[in-house]
Design a binder for this molecule. Structure first.
Ligand code: BG6
Length: 482
């Protein structure tokens, strides 16, 4: 179904995110006929040369993805470049003129560092560019701690109501993440055992093979905890752990997520040494080639972490006593993200004494986000044959591509059109973001005092050995990809 006619203004249009994700996602939606004819995309650029240069770069990107020339032209036709300095109020006249006085839904995507969020919103307001239906989309990370996140939220709230503020976390737009709610609440099978009664431990892994890429300025100041854990990983944890909302409705879901965040046991002071692992990659071999270490890529010394592992617990009746292990990092051995739920072993093995019988592995449910998104369930099975009884683990394996035969849309394709439709279900509410920071802040403070230097790990490995210690200390091990 087409969205209502809109004007989408992208601040930071020349940035990495816009080029790699936003324009391709919009072009894809254009191909699907979801963008009405009169809708426009306005890219804000600072430099005069980008007014011509950026559309060429967008065209190149789309060509690489296989879009035919006439379709690229059809997309570029929607694109208007506006040269201005987002920090200078006097330059907003150019944007105002470009927008004219149409009654299309106006959305402003702030694909910029968070310290620009307040000035941009204030300048848009002063220049009287915001209409009564305008929306603002804030890219993560929202601030760098609780205080700065609150300051942003307070300032934005003076200009736009919460119902028109969209805090984006693109992980919520991933198909498998949305499917998590369906898997849990459209099936009875799992929900009955979704608690400490049947679950032994939960592991959330978001592993990347890429290193610093072109984002040194941002990433080195943020670090991996702010870049990935405060948002993506905690959002996965929330959706995994929430109580059933009574409706699939934005606030019902978000209320439950906030409850999970509030129940996350704080990790404070010297406990950071016991329950968290910070790492930074050194040189190594990644994806078959020699890879530089982080400080070499950066060109200066740095104690910024590129890897984080955390052992946490949710203090509720449902989850008390279930260790939850989070692990995420750059330049790891393989790109894969998943939630692995290991169930408790059978209470008594009737096969224990059977000769030739392997150890009974506990059942494990793996919700795979990427690559090969899908769901796997590990069961113990008898090996066919009339000899000695032999039992081995095997997978029930449901992959999205083969199960549905359709392409999984990129997260931004879904989220950008949700904004225009006015659906906030897959966006973070103010209290969620602040609650997540409330849990992250003590870890950052603890690191500063007790854990200032990250452990080194070789690029292309699974992170520092301390991350293995973190889980093995509790008699468990990481569920590495099949
Ligand atoms: C972004 C982070 O939000 O997510 C990046 O800033 C990271 O550092 C990226 O690489 C990962 O996203 P995806 O969709 O490729 O898993």
């Amino acid at each position: 179904t087409p969205v209502p006619p809109f004007d989408l203004v992208i601040f930071g249009a020349g940035g990495d995110l816009a080029l790699r994700k936003l324009f391709p996602a919009l072009a894809q939606r254009n191909e699907e006929g979801v963008l009405p004819e009169e809708s426009r995309i306005l890219g804000i650029v600072r430099k005069a040369e980008d007014v011509e240069g950026l559309p060429n770069e967008v065209a190149k990107k789309l060509k690489d993805s296989g879009l035919p020339a006439d379709r690229i032209a059809a997309f570029l036709h929607r694109l208007t470049m506006v040269q201005m300095d987002a920090l200078k109020p006097e330059t907003y006249a150019a944007l105002k003129t470009a927008l004219g006085d149409s009654d299309r839904v106006r959305s402003f995507y702030l694909s910029t560092p968070p310290d620009l969020f307040i000035p941009i919103c204030e300048n848009l307001s002063k220049a009287e560019i915001l209409t009564p239906t305008s929306r603002v989309i804030l890219e993560k990370p929202l601030g760098r701690d609780l205080a700065s996140a609150r300051a942003i939220n307070d300032a934005v709230a003076k200009i736009l109501p919460e119902s028109r503020t969209y805090r984006i976390d693109h992980y919520l737009g991933k198909e498998t993440v949305q499917n998590l709610l369906v898997l849990r609440f459209a099936n009875t099978l799992f929900e009955r055992s979704w608690s400490s009664r049947d679950i032994d431990n939960v592991q959330i892994t978001v592993a990347e093979t890429v290193g610093l890429e072109q984002r040194a300025g941002y990433y080195d100041k943020a670090g991996h905890l702010r870049d990935m854990v405060q948002n993506h990983v905690l959002q996965l944890l929330c959706l995994f752990a929430i109580e059933p909302p009574n409706l699939l409705e934005a606030d019902a879901v978000r209320d439950e997520k906030v409850r999970v965040l509030k129940a996350l046991r704080p990790i404070v002071g010297p406990d950071v040494q016991r329950y968290t692992v910070r790492g930074q990659y050194g040189p190594g071999v990644a994806e078959g080639a020699r890879a530089k270490g982080y400080v070499d890529e950066l060109g200066q010394l740095s104690n910024t972490e590129t890897f984080v592992a955390i052992r946490c617990e949710i203090d509720t009746w449902r989850w008390a006593g279930v260790p939850i292990f989070l692990r995420t990092g750059k330049r790891l051995a393989q790109r894969y993200s998943e939630i692995a739920v290991t169930f408790k072993p059978v209470p008594h093995s009737i096969f224990g004494a059977a000769p030739g019988c392997d150890q009974l592995n506990a059942n494990r449910l793996v919700i795979r986000l990427q690559p090969d998104d899908g769901v796997q369930l590990q069961l113990m099975m008898k090996v066919p044959g009339s000899g000695k009884l032999k039992i081995v683990p095997r997978q029930l394996d449901l992959r999205y591509d083969t199960a549905f035969g359709v392409r999984s849309p990129d997260a931004y394709e879904r989220l950008l059109t949700d904004v225009i439709r006015g659906d906030q279900t897959l966006f973070m509410r103010r209290d969620e973001v602040e609650q997540a920071w409330s849990w992250i802040d003590p870890i950052l403070a603890g690191w500063q005092e007790y854990y200032p230097q990250p452990h080194r790990y070789a690029a292309g490995s699974w992170g520092p050995s301390q991350a293995i210690g973190l889980i093995e200390r509790e008699g468990r091990s990481w569920a590495d990809p099949e």
